[in-house]
Design a binder for this molecule. Structure first.
Ligand SMILES: [Zn+2]
Length: 85
């Protein structure tokens, strides 16, 4: 379950440079992504059936989200100053 309480669905998988497979889970509500290493009890065939996505890290996602947030704030600020002027 994600932070917002909505359910998360596996949307893809990628392989880290060290050969480790990672499953990408995405929140159906807010698009929050989580990366899970494959556990020993995961069905590897099901993992391979997921579409392969470009390798990324939680840090990449945080940076993207931060940029999006800053862009939103700037847009709101511009709209606000327009009203005031
Ligand atoms: Zn969510």
């Amino acid at each position: 379950m994600s932070a917002c309480g909505a359910s998360m669905e596996p949307t893809g998988r990628f392989q880290r440079p060290n050969g480790e497979y990672v499953i990408v889970h995405r929140c159906l509500d807010c698009d929050f992504e989580r990366f899970n290493r494959i556990a020993a009890d995961d069905d590897f065939d099901l993992v391979l059936a997921l579409p392969e996505v470009p390798p990324r890290t939680s840090r990449d996602i945080k940076a993207q989200r931060l940029e999006a947030c800053l862009a939103d704030e700037q847009e709101q600020w511009e709209l606000g100053s327009e009203e005031a002027g």
